[in-house]
Design a protein around this ligand. Structure first.
Ligand code: CO
Length: 179
């Protein structure tokens, strides 16, 4: 168990489509324990494996008392209503933006032992689950912002961080539609 370094916007692994987990072994349990420790240390409400450099379909959530690991997660049902709320991301420090998502979702995933479970979620846990599953598909919340808003935020970030910059590149999905 260890606190793992978190990959920041510009790192290629954040744009990778994570591979399904097939072995529910000690290696997976060690990864999960380290991911919980990393999320807790960073005060996050969720963390996807891509964010610690591992492109596998694994994420942990800790939002409003809902604390669980999700392996090979999928949204199997979405509520009819959608809301906008501000999101941030441990991989995109100091940048926040409004993202519109379904208010309620039904999650289907496997636990650390490979057992399938279903959870009906609303509010912050529902949002966190959608945000983390996006990570596993190489998608970041900043992708949902308008190009202008995104550019302004990245410029401001650069100003506030002594010229250091965050590199945004399109998600795999967007590059496909663009080509
Ligand atoms: Co994130």
């Amino acid at each position: 168990m260890a606190i793992l370094p978190i990959h920041i916007l510009g790192s290629d692994v954040l744009r990778e489509e994570a591979a399904p987990v097939t072995e529910f072994d000690d290696e997976l349990r060690t990864l999960l324990a380290s991911m919980y420790e990393t999320m807790d240390a960073a005060l996050g409400v969720g963390l996807a494996a891509n964010q610690v450099g591992v492109a596998r379909r694994v994420a942990v959530i800790d939002a409003e008392g809902q604390r669980f690991a999700m392996i090979n997660p999928a949204i199997v049902e979405r509520g009819a209503t959608r809301s906008a709320a501000e999101e941030g991301c441990l991989s995109i420090p100091d940048i926040y933006g409004e993202v519109t998502r379904p208010d309620a979702v039904t999650l289907e995933a496997q636990d650390a032992e490979g057992k399938t479970f279903r959870l009906e979620l609303t509010g912050l846990p529902a949002r966190a689950v959608q945000h983390e599953i996006d990570h596993l598909n190489g998608i970041l919340f900043i992708d949902y912002l308008s190009p202008l808003k995104r550019q302004l935020m990245l410029r401001r970030w650069k100003r506030e961080h002594d010229g250091e910059s965050l590199t945004w590149t399109p998600s795999p999905e967007e590059s496909e539609t663009a080509s």
